[in-house]
Design a binder for this molecule. Sequence first.
Ligand code: NI
Length: 171
Amino acid sequence: MPVLPIMRHGEPCLKKVSLPVDFATFKKRDIAKLLKNMWSTMYAAKGVGLAAPQIGLNLRLAVIDVRPDGKRQKLVLANPEIISREGDLHEEEGCLSIPGLYAKLTRSAKVTIRAFDEKGEPYEMTGTDLLARAFQHEIDHLDGKLFVDRLDFPEKMKAMQAIRELKKSWI
Ligand code: NI
């Protein structure tokens, strides 16, 4: 399975608002192929989520596997929306597009999403803790936002400094 290059901080595709997946025109076979590549890329990078913009495709599509109880739970999120949220959780977060950077960030502790699966079937799902965080993180990618964009001003300044240093080792 091909492992695709992951776009890193600074790439314009990570800053764009992505377009919805149109199941009427997008062939099922092409979606399946794209998802296979996203899964292999995510697992190879040891991530728990990957959004299409991270492989240079500005489509509202993401995959998540937070491995609850150590087992795989492959979730496909096409055109996802958050329909409710509850509570706050201040935890460390990272991103495959900013390898090496982790920062604590407050996210909703419990989130319900509405999305479509790989067949274009709608579903709703509630996630807590890491899954809730992954939902919010991946949906942010589809809106052109990275987790560092959500940090408080002093934290963001620190993160930007760290990213400048990290970028030297990326090239
Ligand atoms: Ni990310």
